[in-house]
Ligand binder design. Sequence first.
Ligand SMILES: Cc1cc2nc3c(=O)[nH]c(=O)nc-3n(C[C@H](O)[C@H](O)[C@H](O)COP(=O)(O)OP(=O)(O)OC[C@H]3O[C@@H](n4cnc5c(N)ncnc54)[C@H](O)[C@@H]3O)c2cc1C
Length: 396
Amino acid sequence: MTRGSRKFIVAGGGIGGLSIAYALAQKGHEIAVLEQATDFTEVGAGIQLAPNGMRALADLGLADPVMPYAWKPEALQMRNGYTGAPIVKLPTNAEFAQRYRAPYCVVHRADLLSILLDACQAETRIDLQTGARVEGYEAANGGVSVRLSSGQTVEGDALIGADGLRSAVRQKIVGDGAPEKPRHVVYRGVVPRHTIPDALWCQDVVMWCGDGADFVHYPLRSGELFNLVVTFRSPIELEPDDIEGSLEDMTAPFSGFAPEVHELLRHLPHERRWLVSDREPVANWAEGNAVLLGDAAHPMLQYMAQGACQALEDSAELAASLSRHSTIDEAFRAYSHKRYLRTARVQLSARRFIEVCQAGPVFDQVRDHYFKHRPVEKLYQAIDWLYSAENHLRFE
Ligand SMILES: Cc1cc2nc3c(=O)[nH]c(=O)nc-3n(C[C@H](O)[C@H](O)[C@H](O)COP(=O)(O)OP(=O)(O)OC[C@H]3O[C@@H](n4cnc5c(N)ncnc54)[C@H](O)[C@@H]3O)c2cc1C
């Protein structure tokens, strides 16, 4: 190790874990990434990268490799799921990209993960380990000793818990147990563009909104793929491993939806479903030389399409904080302090935004009326806090 360089252990090799590993390697540190799965993989689905996420990627030096795989929608649309009538259209055009100093992109998760993985594999300072499940850690010799389920221990100067919603690292730092049982059901899949009838294809990110359910679609890559996502609220609490899907389960919440929705749903695989939960926001993600990042720190529902964007922002900010402070624990505390309010606002906004996307009777009319009279500038102003460059991350 070179002078000033430290050894960081990163629990979890998702978007958060790989992005912080790469960011720290750029600063000259050594990193061991411990991933529980036997491979580094992502779900076969798309992901939206709003300008703040794209600026964070640029800050990490990874926006350029992503751009050839990105699709740039011209707008984010909400439609009434039953009639197809437009509710609101937020342009994501050149003016939008200029305002937020980055474009709005959608990418295949597998493409994003393989770009992060390739970047990490090209770094000799990063040791990528699979089949390595973190169980816990102790402070030891001024650093940390991390316990794996295999019985092995891994020693380092510091630990970054990027191990997702059910983070083992979080249990020592926050200690808030398991997340609440899930209530939000998701079916998602990517199909070839040619399977979608021309009349139903749309270049935008489109959400069809109904009572307790919504349906989202958008193109991926250079338009050769089409991403489909169904989300609905379950009337009862579900068990986290209740992931077996069925056609009846997937389509029942869309009774009464427009024929276009039913036509598109025919293309979506229904054998497997995902269950989504969040947690209450917390203010402190750091304890000594251990800290949380991404979903481990601030798991959120997907309604703001921001979980990965916030994980990327975390990585950029954590790497910067370590350069600004002379000790790791100071840097971890400063990072946590700087990030928690912003991410808490996104977590809470995501909970509120479901009510808008999946509004029931009367609420839906109020929503439609509200948006009908909103000029585009007002829509931008409402989202400036999230997308704008004020959090100092630039896309250049
Ligand atoms: C339906 C849906 C749609 C979404 N859409 C968007 C979107 O459009 N835009 C957006 O920005 N975000 C979106 N998100 C959120 C985004 O996917 C997550 O916020 C993001 O993937 C979190 O990354 P992470 O690395 O923090 O956690 P994870 O992706 O959960 O990665 C954690 C990793 O840690 C590993 N791990 C777990 N426990 C251990 C352990 N004990 N030891 C070792 N390894 C462990 C896991 O195997 C995993 O690889 C969406 C989420 C869902 C569910």
